[in-house]
Design a protein around this ligand. Sequence first.
Ligand code: HEC
Ligand code: HEC
Ligand code: HEC
Length: 433
Amino acid sequence: MRRLAKALATLLGIVVLGLVVFTIWAWRSAIAPIAPPVATSFDPALVAKGEKLADAGYCLTCHTPPKGKPYAGGLPMVTAFGTIYSTNITPDAATGIGNWSLEAFSRAMHEGVARDGSHLFPAFPYDHFTQVSDDDVKALYAFMMTRPAVAQAPPPNTVPFPLNVRLLQAGWKLLYFKEGRYQPVADRSAEWNRGAYLAEGLSHCGACHTPRGALGAEKQDAHLAGASIDGWFAPALTAANTAPVPWSAAELHDYLRNGGTAYHGVAAGPMSNVVHQGYARVDDADVNAVALYIASGNGSADRKADVGQIVGDALARSRYDASQAGDHGAALYMSACAACHYNPSSGPLLARPELGLKSSVSAPDPTNLVQVILHGVSVKDGLPGTMMPAFGTGLSDDDVAAIAVYLRKSRTTLPPWNDVAGVVARVRGGKTT
Ligand code: HEC
Ligand code: HEC
Ligand code: HEC
């Protein structure tokens, strides 16, 4: 008995000591508040540079809910651990970051720690922003501090106890977070390194395109391998991508810059913001650098020669033939879709996506295709100024499923999808997983 009591006491001692050590280690002190800096105290050239960087990091997308004031926060982000609201990052002193010094702002970007010393949730992609250079963080700070101040506090988060204890985020960081600026790769060109710097850091492509593990960290061994995000699927950006035409640097450039290409279709869903609140506005040299970096890792250079053949095959497959008579999906497609998605044999047109070339038809599951059929592509998404009507009210779940099944069967030689009707019901219900 005595021995057991002693062992238990020792164990308790170790646990308490562990907690004390953890708390000391995890503790971050507050950084003293400052009087909000005057907007004219910032060099306009630095502010302009910061604006481009803010675009490349889509700060607006996450920090502005639909119809909300720019950067005033309050966008709900639904995670497996509860809803987290983005914060107000305008220079309002009481509810925004008006009394944050550059030092406090840098610590948030690089270490995920707020001015008051509390740890931030990785819904804020500081695990990528840690790679952003000190100079670029300084420019971002100048841009944010010169936005109109908006007094508006975000709604309280719904993360349950004990996960809402911010100190515990330090444990997550210990397991998954590596602080540090981007380190250039020596045997790569300056342009490649610029692309990697942006894609891995500020533009956090992996936050959507890399699958996450049980505790929500990106799986390092599946970098950019494709992942579910907000009810969509962000396809693989590696050689595992299923789009028939390879994603060359030129195709990637046009897609990121314009929101679509004739050989790959349009950027819809969450990718639309990446384009229209991001890459449509950043300098062309940077769009090219990111395209070059992504293309260097996807094997597209080796497949260049096949493009003519692939496009020809896709156009041939999209022709209706008599063997499809009696197929409910084919009949629906002919009446509801074909008029807009028919291309001449000379080649596909940008504003008439050739569906057999789109990775949503060759993807492992029909989520993205179903999203577009049910909800359409609005004028502001995809290609600016063009739209695809939503069929969610006009077509039943069975009809939508029949069209998806028909497209998979006629446009690809891949095995049929499982449970298409289940995916339609899930997407219609707004469920994210
Ligand atoms: C993917 C969504 C997302 C993007 C993109 C994003 N943020 Fe945030 N950000 C958040 C969320 C969510 C929080 C709140 C985290 C928390 O409460 O722990 C946050 C918090 C912050 C904070 C801490 C503010 C505070 O009051 O504690 C700063 C500073 C910040 N973001 C700046 C930026 C900047 C600058 C950019 C663009 C370079 C950016 N964010 C892009 C989601 C995002
Ligand atoms: C907010 C989440 C998000 C971020 C950040 C993001 N993507 Fe995407 N991406 C998506 C989704 C979702 C799709 C599918 C869109 C569709 O089917 O229309 C997509 C599609 C794509 C495609 C088309 C793939 C295909 O085969 O059709 C490319 C290329 C792409 N993204 C590149 C990038 C790059 C490069 C970055 C970083 C600069 C990036 N994405 C950042 C969510 C994201
Ligand atoms: C009125 C013309 C029109 C009709 C009818 C139409 N579409 Fe579209 N569709 C478009 C346009 C235009 C786009 C590109 C939208 C954009 O970029 O804003 C598009 C985009 C798409 C996309 C996304 C393609 C991509 O590249 O990401 C899919 C998938 C799609 N349509 C499928 C269908 C299906 C299936 C039907 C029938 C149920 C249909 N469309 C009916 C015009 C149409």
